[in-house]
Design a protein around this ligand. Structure first.
Ligand SMILES: NC(=O)c1ccc[n+]([C@@H]2O[C@H](COP(=O)([O-])OP(=O)(O)OC[C@H]3O[C@@H](n4cnc5c(N)ncnc54)[C@H](OP(=O)(O)O)[C@@H]3O)[C@@H](O)[C@H]2O)c1
Length: 359
């Protein structure tokens, strides 16, 4: 495929606009069509982002033969249904996070895509930023030794509005599915699937989680301490703690641009103890270069281009051109496992969505 990849956007809401703006910056991408339940929204979206075709139904968009890949940008409960529609029409699909409302719906879409040998990927955009590429490389190289713990959150303050999708159970509202999925996905990227899951939440007036704390223990005993909120601002930092150092991804870590690598002071302390124990005049002096190396702090700036949504789109196009049906950066088994974790996190809260009954 050497021609531009032809995109269709399904749903003309907030995130769809950001994604369409990002596509414009990619030379090998072309936005061909948008589909909205509202003809007016389809028309104005098409005008704003130069999409020549504007459909007033998702089915028409899915069946357009001039589209290679459909970006599903509807609210959480629509992801499963809309992804199935596009896959059913033979299209590759990039589906917004959370990948589905629950694991059962995620599994259905994955099995369908695999059965049809069609590309499918969760739009967990954070994974594709330059900083995340570098982070994975640093973890592979054990720059901080073996990674043992993660502290990460995604919490922000929204004014209470029962009409907003964030607070509406029918829209899969609550912090967990909207923003909690980010730290859960980060823990999964670093440590794999959790073996044990513990969580506490405060549910608000509409019955959805407004603040929560999550503890995950992974197969090798690694711990992830995660938090999310939609009524409370949180630091929005992520810290990965290793045996010999730590990496702090600065706020907002989920749209990352810089991180600080700190190598532990242990070696420095050990040298100091040695000096004390042997009484300074007889101890071998610590060389300045050692002091500079241990206990060092380095901040890496890794800026991103545009609004940051172009990286996930580029990954989709790279996969399509390579004939792949899955991304190795955001594999489908992992998207399923993340949905299973989200299900297990909210189960003890008694939080069920109307859409869960479709299981
Ligand atoms: N990756 C990110 O950074 C990011 C950021 C924000 C959101 N998201 C995800 O993107 C998805 C959409 O979020 P958003 O903020 O863009 O939402 P939104 O603007 O409120 O809605 C998105 C679209 O969903 C459809 N929709 C709206 N209300 C609906 C309803 N009551 N029933 C059925 N469909 C309805 C509409 O499509 P029509 O135009 O067809 O009517 C709407 O344009 C969510 O799953 C969210 O988690 C991702």
């Amino acid at each position: 495929m050497s021609d531009p990849v032809r995109w269709g956007i399904l749903g003309a809401g907030q995130i769809a606009k950001k994604f369409a703006a990002a596509l414009k910056q990619l030379a090998d991408a072309r936005l061909v069509a948008v589909g909205s339940q509202s003809p007016e929204r389809a028309e104005s979206f098409g005008q704003e982002f130069d999409a020549p075709k504007r459909y007033a139904s998702y089915a028409e968009l899915a069946n357009d033969p001039q589209i290679d890949v459909v970006y599903v940008a509807t609210r959480h409960p629509g992801h499963n249904r809309n992804a199935l529609l596009a896959l059913g029409a033979g299209k590759a699909v990039l589906c917004e996070k959370p990948f589905a409302l629950n694991a059962s719906q995620a599994r259905e879409v994955i099995e369908f895509a695999r059965g049809k040998k069609l590309f499918l990927m969760e739009a967990m955009w954070t994974r594709f930023f330059p900083l995340m590429v570098k982070l994975r490389e640093m973890l592979r190289e054990k720059v901080i030794g073996e990674a043992r713990m993660l502290i990460a959150d995604f919490g922000f303050r929204a004014e209470f509005d029962p009409a907003s999708r964030l607070f509406n159970p029918a829209d899969g509202g609550g912090a967990l599915l909207d923003v909690g999925v980010y730290p859960v996905s980060l823990a999964s990227m670093i440590f794999g699937a959790p073996a044990k899951i513990t969580s506490l939440a405060r549910l608000g007036q509409t019955g959805v989680d407004e603040e929560s704390a999550v503890l995950l223990q992974h197969a090798g005993g690694e711990l992830a301490m995660l938090g999310c909120a939609l009524r409370t601002n949180m630091p929005q930092e992520a810290v990965i703690l290793g045996r010999s150092g730590q990496i702090r991804i600065h706020s907002p870590w989920w749209r990352p641009h810089s991180m600080t690598l700190t190598i532990d002071q242990d070696q420095k302390r050990a040298e100091r103890k040695k000096r004390l124990r042997f009484n300074l005049p007889f101890a071998r002096p610590i060389s300045l270069s050692i002091i500079a190396r241990v206990g060092s702090e380095n901040t890496l700036e890794l800026p991103y281009e545009g609004n940051g949504y172009g990286y996930e789109a580029a990954e989709v196009m790279r996969c399509l051109r390579a004939g792949k049906v899955e991304s190795s950066v955001m594999p489908l088994d992992e998207s399923l496992s993340i949905m299973q974790t989200l299900d297990a996190i909210r189960a003890p809260w008694g939080l069920r969505y109307p859409g869960d009954s479709r299981e």
